[in-house]
Write a protein that binds this ligand. Structure first.
Ligand code: ATP
Ligand code: MG
Length: 597
């Protein structure tokens, strides 16, 4: 991904949105033109030693490494990396790892992989813009001491219950803590005791001293630091106090020279504190100016999908799915295994756009993007997924011997002759779809029923003569006669007109494969809406495994290879279980319109 394009060639074809408007206005006004960047994150003194920042804007994608990324994160990734790309900026990948308890290296690695897979990177000008918020713990501590010294923060030793009670609510102002009037010296000494492990977990917090009567509850002396003895994945046991997210995040942005800090709407009420904190730390000379600003957009809600890492983790931990990469999961690893492409997900994110109004996006929007991407790319193949045997009873009569095989071929892709041809053959016994035959045809049924003719796609016209059944009355074979001289691609092909064409695979050269047919994981469009327990609306039929018969060209399919199975939809060779000699395919999604009768 190129970061070097000039701001003036921001592509005009991108749909306008309010964030682009803000960025274009800032670029025009030169709001951030004076910034310096010393090549790495740091405080005002550090950045002052740098060159004018080569990045016109800086954005960041700041996941907490406490789970796998999902489709909602993809929206944020495409947005942040996309804006940086389009405006000559740089987007940082930052692990927001200030919470020691839930974070793990496994998740860090998975997130790096997922962002790369989606098609983005954080390399620019020879620098890897991948950062860990925990690397800023020293600075955050120093900033806290500076706030204390300036009389802007205090150590509160009320119990959590007392703090809750004195915070007030929407209609009642809060009341001051008895610890609020401590002197900066007392606060500094006490804060150092917190840091040095002299106080038990939860015994005290550092709070900003703002306004307990503020109409915005987030400004009623929010907590900045808490005591928590926990081993951190990056800093180990170096700290027993940890910064609160609301304190850490603005500082992380400022240290990294972020210009536009884009987050979801639930942080809108935090923006006044974001501004308060950074203004104070700039005034104290600790952070470089101009400082970052926060902008909020509506998170992605996708029907039939859950986008909460905590809930997705529950699905995994309680074995409702096979893992984070279960093809039914909306995680990027799950979508990847299911067969969704990075291009389709990017297209989806572009199409849904960004706004400030919460809404639900229909899942079909993602499938439309997938089809738009794969239609031109995926090779075609025939597959029979609910097989019944077709017996061509006049085979030896027509071809001289029962062992004759009639060679057939089809283009790998109807619009792309350069992809060449697939080869397969017709024999006296072939697999067809069970529902392509009806002993007594319903009205408008044009496929196989006694007396009717259909074309075997890429093969011959056949005429149905009846069927064989077992003692239970179940059809075990469909009987038909081949109509000579009607082979597709020969002069006789049009001699016999038929209304139906069906797909097939020769019994002699069929590749038996495990085919996993997936459906939505939940039966309700908004599985966790209005506090519902999403486990109560799990779809019990979200996965069905069948043995399908595939045309022989699929024997060389490699994991992740995607195909359009004619009439059925898009399928991918499973990246985990598919192996030579043991083919396993996942259904990605069906075709836009069902097979015409
Ligand atoms: P979760 O609730 O699933 O844990 P989160 O917001 O806590 O999500 P983070 O790792 O903190 O997860 O998110 C990283 C970034 O992704 C944040 O900037 C967040 O706003 C964004 N993000 C998360 N979920 C969505 C979503 N559904 N739509 C758009 N952006 C999202
Ligand atoms: Mg979060």
């Amino acid at each position: 991904m190129a970061h070097s394009s000039d701001a003036t060639d921001a592509p005009g074809h991108k749909p306008a949105n309010f964030l682009r408007g803000i960025i274009e206005r800032d670029l025009e006004a030169g709001t951030y033109a004076q910034r310096r960047f010393a090549g790495s994150p740091g405080d005002a003194a550090h950045q002052a030693t740098g060159q004018p920042d080569p990045a016109k804007i800086r954005t960041r994608f700041p996941p907490e490494p406490n789970g796998y990324l999902h489709i909602g994160h993809a929206k944020s990734i495409c947005l942040n990396f996309g804006l940086a790309r389009d405006y000559g900026g740089i987007c940082h990948l930052r692990f927001d790892d200030t919470n020691p308890e839930k974070e793990e290296q496994e998740y860090v690695d998975a997130i790096v992989d997922a962002v790369k897979w989606l098609g983005f990177d954080w390399q620019a000008g020879g620098t890897d813009h991948l950062y860990f918020a925990s690397d800023y713990f020293e600075f955050m501590y120093r900033a806290a001491e500076a706030l204390i010294a300036a009389g802007l923060a205090y150590v509160d030793e009320q119990t959590p219950e007392q703090m809750r009670a004195t915070r007030g609510d929407f209609s009642t102002p809060g009341t001051n803590s008895p610890y609020r009037s401590r002197t900066p010296e007392e606060n500094l000494a006490r804060f150092r005791e917190m840091r040095d492990g002299k106080l038990p977990d939860g015994a005290a917090v550092l709070r900003a001293k703002i306004d307990m009567a503020s109409p915005n509850i987030n400004l009623r002396d929010p907590a900045l630091y808490r005591i928590k003895r926990a081993t951190h994945h990056n800093t180990g046991d170096a700290w027993c106090i940890y910064p609160m997210y609301t304190y850490a995040h603005p500082i992380e942005d400022a240290l990294e020279n972020i210009t536009h800090s884009i987050c979801t709407l639930e942080f809108e009420d935090q923006r006044p504190f974001y501004d308060w904190l950074l203004d104070k730390l700039c005034d104290l000379g600790l952070l470089a100016q101009p400082r970052p600003h926060q902008y909020e957009f509506a998170r992605l809600n996708l029907t039939y999908v859950i986008t909460s890492k905590r809930k997705l983790k529950q699905l995994v931990d309680e074995h409702h799915v096979s893992g984070w990469d279960d093809p039914r999961m909306p995680t990027l690893v799950g979508l990847r295994r299911r067969g969704y492409t990075p291009e389709a997900i990017q297209l989806f994110c572009e199409r849904i756009g960004v706004s400030k109004a919460d809404s639900w996006i229909d899942y079909s929007t993602l499938d439309v993007a997938l089809r738009d991407d794969l239609e031109g790319k995926a090779a075609r193949a025939m597959a029979v997924l609910e097989p019944v045997k077709l017996k061509l009873t006049n085979w030896a009569e027509v071809f001289g011997s029962e062992s004759h095989r009639e060679a057939c071929s089809a283009p790998a892709h109807p619009q792309r002759p350069e992809l060449g041809a697939r080869r397969f053959s017709l024999g006296p016994e072939d697999w067809i779809e069970r529902d392509d035959f009806a002993e007594t045809p319903p009205k408008g049924f044009f496929r196989l029923f006694p007396g009717n003719k259909v074309r075997l796609k890429y093969g011959y016209v056949i005429e149905c003569t009846g069927c064989e059944k077992d003692t239970a009355g179940q059809v075990t074979a469909v009987l038909a006669k081949l109509v000579p001289d009607t082979k597709s691609g020969t002069p006789g092909a049009d001699a016999v007109k038929v209304k139906g064409t069906i797909t097939w695979v020769g019994v002699h050269d069929a590749l038996a494969a495990e085919v996993r047919l997936y459906d939505r994981l939940f039966t309700e469009a908004q599985p966790d809406a209005a506090g519902r327990d999403f486990l109560t609306v799990l779809n019990p039929a979200s996965k069905k495994t069948v043995t399908g018969y595939l045309e022989p060209s699929l024997a060389t399919a490699k994991p992740d290879d995607k195909f359009q199975f004619e009439r059925h939809g898009y399928f991918v060779a499973d990246r985990v279980d598919h192996a030579p000699g043991r083919p396993v395919f996942n259904k990605i999604t069906g075709l836009k319109d069902g097979w015409a009768k």
